[in-house]
Design a protein around this ligand. Sequence first.
Ligand SMILES: Cc1ncc(C[n+]2csc(CCOP(=O)(O)OP(=O)(O)O)c2C)c(N)n1
Ligand SMILES: [Mg+2]
Length: 795
Amino acid sequence: MKKSKAGVSEEGKGVSDELLQRMNGYWRAANYLSVGQIYLLNNGLLKEPLTLAHVKPRLLGHWGTTPGLNFIYVHLNRIITEQALNMIYVTGPGHGGPGLVANTYLEGTYSELYPTVTQDEQGIQKLFKQFSFPGGIPSHVAAEVPGSIHEGGELGYSLAHAYGAVLDNPSLIVACVVGDGEAETGPLATSWHSNKFINPARDGVVLPILHLNGYKIANPTILARISDDELLDLFSGYGYKPYVVEGNEPFAAHRIMANTLDSVMSDIRFIKENAQTSTADTCPKWPMIILRTPKGWTGPKEVDHQPVEGTWRAHQVPLDGIGKNAQHLEMLEAWMKSYRPEELFDERGCFMKDIAELAPVGDARMSANPHANGGMLMKPLIFPDFRDYAFKLDIPGTQTAEATSIMGAFVRDIMKLNREQKNFRLFGPDETASNRLAKVYEVTNKVWSARLVEGDNYLSRDGRVMEVLSEHLCQGWLEGYLLTGRHGLFSCYEAFIHIVDSMVNQHAKWLKLTRRLSWRRPIPSLNYLLTSHVWRQDHNGDSHQDPGFLDHVANKSAEIVRIYLPPDANTLLSVANHCLRSTNYINVIVAGKQPELQWLSIGEAQAHCAAGMGIWSWASNDGGSEPDLVMACAGDVPTLETMAAVALLREHFPDLKIRVVNVVDLMSLQPASAHPHGWRDEDFDRVFTKNKPVIFAFHGYPTLIHSLVYKRTNHNNIHVHGYRGEGTTTTPFDMVVINNLDRYHLAENAVDRVRPNKAAEFKEHIKEKLSHHISYTREHGEDMPEVRNWKWNAS
Ligand SMILES: Cc1ncc(C[n+]2csc(CCOP(=O)(O)OP(=O)(O)O)c2C)c(N)n1
Ligand SMILES: [Mg+2]
């Protein structure tokens, strides 16, 4: 590759041939252990001639990326040791699990955390057998792998995680290997721009290493097939200083890599040393490495007359016909022996001391760095008393407030109180102000390290709000920040949070796994505030209306997920206070930003949120005895419509005994056996009755409520109104009408069930109301005054 536009490394400096030879030995050892994990059941040190009985019956793993990952690892170890660096390793191609496991084993961390995997022949045997094996460990760089904050199974998030990890960690360097296939994904493509959000004086350093091995599973990669000029221009254009390391002859490649890393580190030191005094108005050009080496390097060159090394065929298991083909078995033995294991491990299977010494020690090992087990470094947030921000309620249902704006003051003061310990940030795709959290700008700005121009609002290099128009990037940054032990909140439009559905899956899986690993410390929860929700998209309409993220999240493990639908500002404060203090959860809070009626005092809100759901006795007229009807609701708009429906029913059917139930913690609907927040059946039955009709107004898709309550005694009587996929740009009330979630449809459904013989007249009344609503809104462009100005006065 042409290097004219690339950073030029300081040739010939520093590293002796003798050291490079030892590093090559370390690399051979890691490669040997990687191949062993993929193939061997026993005979780990190949002391006996290899037979079929020594080989796993199912060969599961990925070789292609692994030698490159191992190559990078040993080189990073050198600079960590020589320069006393604080570094972790993020593996974009996480399918290279064998390589990372091998390295963590070679540096001793693996045996410290998993003492049965000893540093001897028996331990190697165990290490090999357990990989991709029932009852063993997964094939990827999963939570089980010491030093990992990134599983890398679903490609695309490595660089966002890496950047999230270095925020507010000025001494940390994250070496982030990006697969050239991974680089084709949308989330990864946008992640290069993270450098515009890094403040060199306050944050750490990400060293991206593009692993240009040329291939994915079955195809070449785009970046491997564009011209060298275009490739270098691309990364210069992203604001990096690209260095190229290229080669297929190991020793020569070692030298170039070592020299390049020395140059890279001197660039990094220069930027860091000048960070405090720099007056530049653009971001520094951080170095990055383009590593162009063959896929499946050092593996079989040809199998069955097909080239393998340096092609896509090396991606998984290059010799996969071992059971049927004696030649494959011989080739495997020759391949493994080419690493000369007898020079790397002694008779007992211990790693040779002179090579082992190359690894850093203690916490300097990338596998033992506490940043990669973020809970170890987690400092709890300092909180103001959330009750100090309470909306002062005089009479329920008569005063209005913007819930998220009130929460904004609380968040502002959390930001202020934690400014010194620098462990709280707010993330959002360009919507913090739109979501009414702008009070936070009284104490901080949005971070922006690119050029500033006059008139820019609330932008600075020191800001603690991270806004970029990529939900992927917000999510990835926040995950990286949380995984390294800090706290945050992601505020997002409800409909567009779906963009990160799949990332949520991955994070939920990660959290679930870490709960089973005693050495992994709990990390702060992933908190979402979904505002600008389905029912109040007055500007935007159909494209912005979808409450389905709740369904997506509700499917995840009950250990991990919590969903809150606070009906007003004080309940939102209480819920936010709870979520921001929690660890190891995914908390989803849905709350509107528009002025809405307020229902509970702060004391009532706190008690209601602690219970999860409950009877609003002040709004009920059942006198505490068995009602005729339960009107239930979850979500702010459904609560308003339910209350209005109750008022209507009371006016027309004064003898009807109606109970109002509000649900703030959605998971309390589930049985106690299904979710830790689930109510016991007897308590649920007491509230929802065993046999009375329940009209349930729900924020999201009705099927979610049905699925949560299907085991409850009264399930057959629970009739849910929610989002039916009807959307458009219209008035707030018309939006609920077209989905049958409005007060009239709720009341009509109730009457059909409890007063069927007296329903006709009432239904006629409702028909008139709805028809008036249609004509009024179509004529005036706003809701009828009786809807707009409605207040609760039924008590
Ligand atoms: C988002 C996503 N899509 C598809 C896959 C399936 N997959 C696994 S590995 C791979 C190829 C990866 O190629 P590259 O990033 O170049 O890694 P390497 O060559 O180092 O193995 C693909 C497509 C995946 N893991 N994640
Ligand atoms: Mg590749």
